[in-house]
Design a protein around this ligand. Sequence first.
Ligand code: FAD
Length: 387
Amino acid sequence: MALNPTDLFDIRSLLSEEERMIQDSVARFVDEKVLPIIGDAFDQGRFPHEIIPEVASMGLLGSSLPEKYGCAGLNAVSYGLICQELERGDSGLRSFVSVQSSLCMYPIYAYGSEEQRMQYLPGMARGEIIGCFGLTEPHGGSDPANMKTVAKKDGGDWVINGAKMWITNGNLAHIAIVWAQTGDGIQGFIVPTDSPGFTAQVVHRKMSLRASVTSALFFDNVRIPDSQRLPNVKGLKGPLGCLSQARYGITWGPIGAAIASYTSALEYAKERVLFGRPIAATQAVQLKLADMARRITLAQLLSLQLGRLKDAGTLQHSQVSLAKWNNCRMALDISREARDILGGAGITTEYPPIRHALNLESVITYEGTETVHQLVIGREITGINAF
Ligand code: FAD
């Protein structure tokens, strides 16, 4: 029996029936609702916000959080599969869901008070309250300890001053999870974006993640009550804990982008006839396609084992770093190579590889650049911090 070209090791057989059902329903949604519009949205530099209600009604926002807060209570592998299928559509759509789920809902759940959870999580799961996550600052995202945004206590309030850069959903958001230096270490705040002194400015001229909103945030004496502070975490471990959640999902997402690019190249190669035979019949093209299939298979196994470790509660953050590095690099290389197999046709967004390749330039940079994750692994295996 011929093997499935996008699942050579029958990894699907390692999934539970529920996990398979979730993957299938998100895959259907992406095929029917995302693929028909995403090329145009990317060309126009527009996030397709009209699909938020359906994304929410499918339970894809904060999908791993408990049902008590209006969420689906799914396991980590299911969250990964959701990310994979969404990114088969577009990295921008997966980024929207990652930010809402892992970077905004997760910190409210993990570090917030019960009142904050009840106030925000059900509305966020319904897609009525959109969040953004402000950690990176203009002077350097790889070194978040060097944070210049400050929050000063003033009676029962906090007054925030500073700026954040490259913030996904910034101009869409109703609330921003903002990390700031306080007299007592870095703390997180839930800042309503209609607070006086808060402004968000869209980043224009992006060549990557064009179907996603990216913004700069400015805080000019933004005053919020202490009830908006996340009470249960202090220090860099707060934002880093959120990033570990999001990066876990990001290890899965690029598998979807890689599958979309590889499938497109595979179909094209079987039909494009040059020198009297399809280019898929040449050794050079088969080598490229076989290498794509090999790297996708490895990435699938890596993320699945990562998900099982996460569900077992034994996941280490450096394991996430290795998978984020490997899977982003895999997908970026595959989408560029797929673009090449399409020849001239590969340079337009009529076909998905160039859109994925451009998007993956962001995915390999955000949530820790490739170099940062390589240094995490270097530190893990040598015991020496080389940052
Ligand atoms: P820098 O940190 O200035 O890095 C520049 C270069 O230096 C990189 O190549 C890096 O690998 C290298 N480098 C860094 N340290 C070392 C070292 N020790 N040794 C050798 N080389 C090193 N941030 C948020 O907070 N929220 C978001 O929602 C968000 N969304 C984003 C969306 C997009 C589209 C993009 C592009 C970014 C987003 N980011 C977000 C920011 C992202 O996380 C940062 O861009 C990233 O962490 C890198 O920071 P930087 O851009 O300042 O680059």
